[in-house]
Design a protein around this ligand. Structure first.
Ligand code: UDP
Length: 494
């Protein structure tokens, strides 16, 4: 038995929280580890049954398939959530916190999985890589004396802002609108309006605090953090995050799929509502850098009045656009889209004039952003969206809605100069003219628009360098990945 076990590959178990914006980079990280360490590891991604179905479909195209999947039973109805809700994309924002608390119920199934692996292989997995939002996994790893690493699917700056503000609630210690966040230089100010309503109201005893604060604190006791960013693009964020955590932080990003695995299905297992060919054909008809792409990620939407203003602004701008639309705030985000949410005749007019392509619910985002016709991305600035946009040299119009998106935009505007912020949250009132003005500015061939485009291209070039594999110019993220693999293989004791 012992001899047999020695010959077995070393096992890594990965546990993402059940959200597309996390599962997609977790799968990309698993592929990258396999790619780096060839046949050294067996990797198992553990998630709930419906997410495993999507992952199966995403993996079906990769052969030979070295990534295993393990189901962790989860019953959403037992937690007061709609039946068969296993991913944040199915939820209204107010239900999210209940969903987060419900993820704590995955502890017992994860322990069973680890026991099963231990029994089969004669020893526990070598390492468990867990989501920042599932800090409790650290207890599971400790109980079997296994190394636990945290994967933050956000950038370094956004991660530090998020964990420090939630852990320290600095805005509660001042009446001023501007405040200092522990971990940042004293002169670095955050604004109260950059906090989501739930965070503004948090006092440490509310539902969000009761979930997030312990998860962050557990994750800070793991053996190190893996970050989906690169040294070259986030020098400040990485330096500050390392100092704050006092842990190793491996910047192994951007974790984007190789060209052969592009296509939404390979990344998330989700089919787009428009075929890739139709979307590419539509974009092929447009001039270079002329199209506005609009999407708010996998789980967010804007208010009904904001949606109307955005449509008016897009039309007034007279630019071509692709817009991934889903029902506005207050309606079933996964439900049918109603015509009344857009100006009368808008959809038909945009279709007939070929000015706008409206894509229901899920579009082939990475391919749209990689297309030469795409000139700007109106985005909620979720971190995956940021990386996908910048890796293609596409500047952004930020409209942050939740999570760490406000801090991402702050960095994109203040540190990188590749974005302009249109508005924040679903609570603001905007008008079509404001939308048009910002689009015009970013699309300008001169002035600020030109500057932003150049900076975005420069970042794309840094990103390419960071993941360059061969020769003396080996990129920083490749070196970080090698070091991560060495660390996972090194002896471990609690
Ligand atoms: N995505 C996509 N099509 C869509 C919407 C989202 O492929 O219509 C992908 C997008 O490319 C990204 C992820 O879903 O990889 C969303 O992650 P992000 O961090 O940007 O935002 P979140 O959904 O976590 O808020």
């Amino acid at each position: 038995m012992a001899e047999e076990a020695k010959n077995k590959k070393k096992h890594i178990v990965m546990v993402p929280i059940m959200a597309q914006g996390h599962i997609i980079p977790f799968l990309a990280l698993a592929r990258k580890i396999q790619h780096t360490a060839a046949t050294t590891f067996t990797i198992t991604i553990a998630s709930t049954p419906l997410n495993i179905q999507h992952l199966k479909s995403a993996l079906s195209s990769t052969s030979p398939n070295q990534i295993r999947l393990a189901e962790l039973p989860f019953n959403s109805a037992q937690h007061g959530l709609p039946p068969n809700t296993e991913n944040t994309e199915k939820l209204h924002f107010p239900q999210l916190v209940k969903f987060c608390h419900a993820t704590l119920s995955l502890e017992a199934p994860l322990r069973s999985l680890i026991s099963r692996i231990t029994e089969e292989e004669g020893h526990p997995p070598l390492c468990i890589i867990s989501d920042l939002f599932l800090g409790w996994v650290n207890n599971v790893a400790n109980s079997v004396s296994t190394r636990n690493l945290t994967f933050t699917t956000c950038g370094a700056y956004g991660t530090l802002s998020y964990i420090s503000i939630w852990s320290n609630l600095p805005h509660k210690k001042t009446h001023s609108d501007e405040f200092w966040v522990p971990g940042f230089p004293q002169n670095h100010r955050f604004h109260r309006t950059q906090l989501h309503r739930y965070l503004r109201e948090a006092d440490g005893t509310d539902d969000w605090s009761r979930f997030l604060i312990p998860q962050i604190s557990h994750a800070m006791k793991s053996g190190g953090w893996i970050c989906n960013t690169a040294e070259e693009i986030e020098p400040l964020g990485l330096q500050l995050l390392r100092k704050y955590l006092q842990l190793p932080v491996w910047a192994v990003g951007p974790l984007l799929p190789p060209p052969a695995l592009r296509g939404s299905k390979h990344r998330s297992g989700k089919e787009s509502s428009v075929t890739l060919e139709a979307c590419m054909e539509w974009l092929d008809l447009k001039d270079e850098n002329s199209v506005v792409y609009v999407s708010f990620g996998s789980q967010n939407t804007i208010s009904a009045s904001q949606m109307m203003a955005l449509a008016e602004g897009l039309e007034k701008s007279e630019r071509s656009f692709v817009w991934v639309i889903r029902p506005p705030v207050g309606f079933d985000i996964d439900g049918e889209f109603r015509e009344e949410w857009l100006p009368k005749g808008f959809e038909e007019k945009m279709r007939d004039t070929k000015k706008g392509l409206l894509v229901q619910k899920w579009g082939p985002q990475l391919e749209i952003l990689s297309h030469k016709s795409t000139g700007v991305f109106v985005s909620h600035c979720g971190w995956n969206s940021v990386l996908e946009s910048l890796s293609n040299g596409v500047p952004m119009i930020g409209w942050p809605l939740a999570a760490e998106q406000m801090y991402n935009v702050k960095m994109l505007v203040e540190e990188m100069g590749v974005a302009v912020e249109l508005t924040r949250t679903v609570e603001t009132t905007i008008c079509g003219d404001e939308v048009k003005k910002v689009i015009d500015m970013v699309m300008e061939k001169e002035g600020k628009g030109k500057e932003m485009k150049e900076k975005a291209k420069e970042i794309a070039s840094h990103m390419r360098k960071a993941v360059t594999e061969k020769g003396e110019e080996e990129g920083s993220s490749v070196r970080a990945m090698d070091d991560l693999v060495m660390t996972i293989l090194s002896p471990y004791s609690l």
